[in-house]
Ligand binder design. Structure first.
Ligand code: PMP
Length: 446
């Protein structure tokens, strides 16, 4: 049990340089979390906060689940660490097999990482290594999408398309192009689920291919549902068209499923949900429900086999010069295996699918509230976009986030968009609480 004294505010907030945070502002008025259980956080001063964002889109089974906690505890006592370079431990193989079963088609090899960013950089490197392995070494170009978020590694910010994540960090990777983003309020505002307009935007890939020639392009990476930028579900037919074009030209298609995998859309993956088979899938977050950092890249059989080669190899031949000290860390494997069991036993993916229509109705009841210019939803992801104050992009949403916190609900913001993605154990009354809190907050905003 955490006592009030133990959870007191630290006396020096300065040394912790906080990520993606206005440090000065935060430290003047910190929002400190002491503990979590189920759908709720408790702050250091004892306030209960409904977690409407699953932490950072990751806590899919809810907080403090005994099964997962116990698995981590037992694993730490039994085997705290084992290298997976030239040695290994059984749970790494067990987890890879479970994941192979969970992802569609022959996405049956798992390369383990510690985060979404590492999964993205790993997938890009696998794509390049694959093209080289099959004698297509001239294919070195990568294609991302405007407003895409693929983490913060140099690979990820290069193929990513969020200007603030790119502009401070030099010239990035060379040989990268970007597809147009798919948000269009003129055509698609307040559409529910996948918007009807916009599949033709995938055709821009043909333009980029014509500009450089297919023989220079290794891979296209997109989030099947753009998450961090404010939940943009793909236009109907868009992902299918990307798949057709990439396949026709020998270009790999990478789905960045760091948010969408593990039930967020009511299926194990967005690939399954949309019925589109990518060549590589990046994951993290929901894999361990956020408990221990871990990611995985799922690769199709032919990609793995082309790089790893035939049945025999010499002991000196390492096929892929890539990996992390903590790839398949025992604690992360134990947490992931327990998390996957909770998903299965409690039917949480199905539960998310069943709740999705209720979630949609609740969110869209915010249409017509002050400042609200769009509402978007798919699965248990949702966004409420507000108009910006002239010259002050993000100010309105920031105020909304602070007010929602004061009223006991954690939401996320990007620009002037509020994003929500509750744990998959959310109850209908908690969805109502989250939405009604957002309603009261936007009504209070100037
Ligand atoms: N890709 C996508 C699609 C993401 O949403 C995120 C995180 N929000 C990342 C990559 C990066 O993950 P991480 O923060 O674990 O590095």
């Amino acid at each position: 049990m955490l006592t009030r004294e133990m959870a007191s505010v630290p006396n020096n907030l300065e040394p912790f340089w906080m990520p993606f945070t206005a440090n000065r502002d935060f430290k003047a008025n910190p929002r400190l979390i002491a503990k979590a259980e189920g759908m709720y956080y408790t702050t250091t001063d004892g306030q209960r906060i409904l977690d409407a964002t699953a932490g950072l889109w990751c806590v899919n089974v809810g907080h403090g689940r005994e099964r997962v906690v116990e698995a981590i505890r037992a694993q730490a006592a039994e085997l705290d660490f084992a290298p997976t370079f030239q040695f290994a431990h059984p749970k790494a193989f067990e987890l890879a097999s479970r994941l192979a079963d969970l992802f569609p088609g022959d996405l049956d090899h798992a390369f383990f990482t510690n985060s979404g960013s590492e999964s993205v950089d790993t997938a890009l490197k696998i794509a390049l290594a694959y093209q080289r392995a099959i004698g297509q070494g001239t294919r070195t170009r990568l294609i991302g999408r405007e407003r895409g978020y693929h983490g913060v590694g140099f690979g990820g910010i290069s193929v990513g398309g969020i200007v603030k994540n790119r502009m401070f960090f030099g010239s990035l990777l060379t040989g990268v192009d970007h597809l147009p983003h798919t948000l269009n309020l003129e055509h698609n505002a307040f559409s529910r689920g996948q918007p009807a307009w916009g599949a033709h935007l995938a055709e821009d890939l043909e333009r980029i291919i014509a500009l450089h020639d297919a023989s220079t392009i290794a891979a296209v990476i997109v989030e099947p549902v753009a998450g961090s930028i404010g939940v943009y579900p793909p236009p109907q037919g868009y992902l299918e068209r990307l798949r057709e074009i990439t396949e026709k030209h020998g270009i790999l298609l990478i789905f960045d499923e760091v948010i969408t995998a593990f039930g967020r859309l009511g299926k194990a993956s967005a690939s399954e949900y949309f019925g589109v088979q990518p060549d590589l899938v990046t994951t993290a977050k929901g894999l361990t429900s956020g408990t221990v950092p871990m990611g995985a890249v799922m690769a199709r059989k032919h990609i793995h086999d082309a790089i790893v080669g035939g049945a025999t190899s010499s002991p000196q031949t390492i096929e892929l010069f890539h990996g992390y000290t903590y790839s398949a860390h025992p604690l992360a494997c134990a947490a992931a295996l327990a998390t996957l069991e909770v998903y299965k036993e409690e039917g949480l993916f199905e539960r998310a699918a069943e709740l999705a229509p209720f979630w949609e109705e609740a969110l869209h009841s915010l249409a017509g509230e002050p400042h609200v210019i769009d509402v978007r939803n798919i699965g248990l992801m949702g966004a409420v976009e507000m108009s910006s104050r002239p010259g002050k992009v993000g100010e309105r949403a920031y105020e909304a986030m602070v007010k929602a916190w004061e009223k006991g609900v954690m939401i996320r913001i990007t620009g002037d968009t509020i994003a929500m993605s509750p744990p998959l154990i959310v109850q209908k009354h908690e969805i109502e609480t989250a939405v009604e809190t957002v309603r009261s907050v936007v009504r209070e905003l100037a």
